[in-house]
Design a protein around this ligand. Structure first.
Ligand SMILES: [Ca+2]
Length: 343
């Protein structure tokens, strides 16, 4: 709704100026000034994919540099994708909700390399004495053995609260999508090559049946251009936004039955959804107080001005190697198949 209101407002604004004839020199200058305002790109941005450790929760985060990227998809691409997925038409998997494709500027930010794990969630629960409303953790007997598995059953508000605690935010849709696909409009984090089991924790690609979550980062062949893992598959991930039709969607009237009902927006598909859910442009909605065991999240963080020249940045970068070693240890201690966990 917000996007729709904004577009209506800009149409009204343009209409007002046309009706008044040429804008006065001062208002014309103001309009041109608005249009010409260049995006701000810090001169000292680090290389794409530069990793840091977030000091609050210990998450490894990777850098997505400032700049434009291609967001969404258009009908010709969706038609091609439909053929690769075995559909007659893109309407059969509602790809029109990803339209139109356009260039979007995203200021540089860090994104969690992995989905939020039980290890991190436990730190949050202990630090805040949080009493979860739904079961989030593994059975007590599995403590220490599921640290690298993603946390699920998380509501939108819970994900937001975690992000606040860690000094981060849930990613916007644009942040999430850029982190997943880079700048070139690719269909999946790795490119346009079809889904294969080594590229993500997907449904069974032959039968379409659901599978089960796996440890985060188990599918390195599915890595995104900036180093983020599991952007296609494993857990569905909350973003900070409502599920609304994009402005100027040429098929907006088709979306009214399932967009715009105050649903929180999820991205990336999961082991429980469907083979058409793994496109980096795919959008999905849930009520904010609704959740499911395949719904998790990751966070984003926008560094303040001057961060890249700071001691804090140096320390956060220097901490990465030791933190990776810790995570590998937790990975090696993890049970291999949580779907068969019996205690
Ligand atoms: Ca995911």
């Amino acid at each position: 709704m917000r996007g729709v209101i904004l577009s209506v407002a800009s149409v009204l604004l343009i209409g007002t100026f046309s009706a008044m004839g040429d804008p006065s020199p001062s208002s014309k200058a103001a309009l041109e000034g608005m249009a010409a305002q260049p995006p701000v790109i810090p001169a000292d941005e680090p290389a794409p994919g530069t990793a840091i450790v977030n000091p609050a929760d210990g998450a490894i985060m990777v850098y997505v540099p400032s700049g434009y990227f291609l967001m969404g998809m258009d009908a010709p691409d969706a038609t091609k994708m439909a053929a690769t997925l075995g559909f007659k038409h893109y309407h059969d998997f509602a790809a029109e909700e990803w339209f139109p494709q356009r260039k979007v500027f995203v200021p540089g930010f860090f994104v969690d390399q992995y989905e939020t794990t039980h290890e991190l969630w436990r730190k949050y629960v202990q630090a805040t004495n949080y009493k979860a409303g739904l079961s989030k953790g593994p059975p007590e007997a599995a403590a220490g053995k599921m640290e690298m598995y993603p946390v699920g059953q998380v509501t939108w508000a819970e994900a937001q609260a975690y992000a606040n605690w860690a000094g981060k935010r849930l990613p916007t849709e644009a942040q999430w999508e850029k982190a997943a696909r880079g700048t070139d409009g690719r269909w999946y984090p790795w490119g346009n090559e079809p889904l294969t089991e080594d590229r993500g924790v997907f449904v069974d690609l032959k039968t379409g049946h659901d599978t089960y979550f796996q440890m985060v980062g188990s599918k390195p062949a599915g890595v995104s251009p900036y180093g983020a893992m599991d952007m296609a598959g494993n857990m569905y991930e909350w973003t900070s936004e409502w599920f609304e039709p994009y402005p100027n969607n040429p098929e907006a009237s088709r979306l009214l039955s399932y967009c715009g009902h105050q649903n929180g927006l999820l991205r990336g598909g999961s082991f429980y959804h469907a083979k058409h859910s793994y496109s980096t442009a795919k959008r999905f909605g849930f009520k904010p107080n609704e959740t499911y065991f395949h719904v998790g999240f990751r966070c984003a963080w926008e560094p303040p001005a001057g961060y890249f020249a700071s001691e804090e940045f140096k320390k956060a970068k220097a901490a990465v190697e030791a933190r990776r070693a810790e995570l590998e240890k937790l990975r090696s201690q993890g049970i291999k198949d949580p779907s068969r966990w019996t205690g």
